[in-house]
Design a binder for this molecule. Structure first.
Ligand code: PRP
Length: 212
């Protein structure tokens, strides 16, 4: 049996779809439920539902042999694991955002306060810039920080752009593009190679078919 950690939230439905297309019977996960552990009817796969930021931890520690998680969480967590596939969904952008009038001045300001759910990504982004920044870790609704004066700018993900727009904020700089990734525990890749390789091959085939 292999265990796969799935991110709850924005990636969940597409993750179920790609695993179903790859041959896993995930029908139990489609029913409304508060359960956190599921088994496919053939008992070959256990699926655990995890907060996105915790998926890399479950995979690094080998509790899950594989996981599906956004690249943003992989960058932020910096865990020791193998990133095997770009799953080509869950697209969004990691950006610096703030008020439009800050567009030309925010980077030249001597001291900038940056609110973010991603303090490590923010630290790396500013690492080689001659600039003093104060990074303020938040856990959600990050757009509220510049609106209330808690920070000058934010570093966050933008998907549709609606949250920024409806709060009068704009993208000031693009950091990188984000999508869902399949990650694998380093030891599981050796000890459960045939099961994991079978899963990767099936998903790869679906991705290739999608490109045709
Ligand atoms: C994310 C992100 C933005 C928003 C972007 O928050 O932090 O706030 O989605 O999406 P959009 O560009 O489509 O508007 P999430 O919905 O995960 O909630 P949170 O603020 O509680 O973290």
């Amino acid at each position: 049996m292999i265990t796969i950690a799935l991110s709850k939230g924005r990636l969940f439905e597409d993750s179920i779809r790609i695993l179903t297309d790859a041959g896993l019977d995930c029908s139990e996960l489609e029913q409304p439920s508060r359960k956190l552990i599921f088994y496919t009817p053939d008992n070959r796969v256990r699926l655990v539902l995890v907060k996105p930021s915790d998926v890399p931890t479950y995979v690094e520690y080998g509790i899950a042999d594989a996981g599906i998680v956004g690249k943003d969480m992989l960058m932020e967590e910096g865990r020791s694991l193998y990133e095997m596939l770009d799953l080509k969904y869950g697209w969004c952008r990691m950006v610096v955002a703030g008020f439009p009038e800050k567009k030309d001045t925010w980077i030249t300001r001597a001291h900038t306060r940056v609110a973010t759910k991603y303090p490590n990504i923010a630290t790396n982004y500013f690492a080689n810039r001659d600039k003093t920044v104060e990074i303020i870790k938040l856990n959600g609704s990050v757009e509220l920080a510049p609106l209330t004066g808690l920070s000058d700018v934010i570093i966050d993900i933008v998907e549709s752009g609606r949250t920024l727009k409806e709060n009068g904020l704009v993208v000031l700089d693009e950091i990188c593009s984000i999508s869902a990734r399949l990650v694998v525990n380093r030891i599981s890749l050796k000890t459960k190679n045939s099961e994991i390789k079978g899963l990767i091959d099936n998903i790869q085939r679906i991705l290739e078919d999608g490109e045709k």
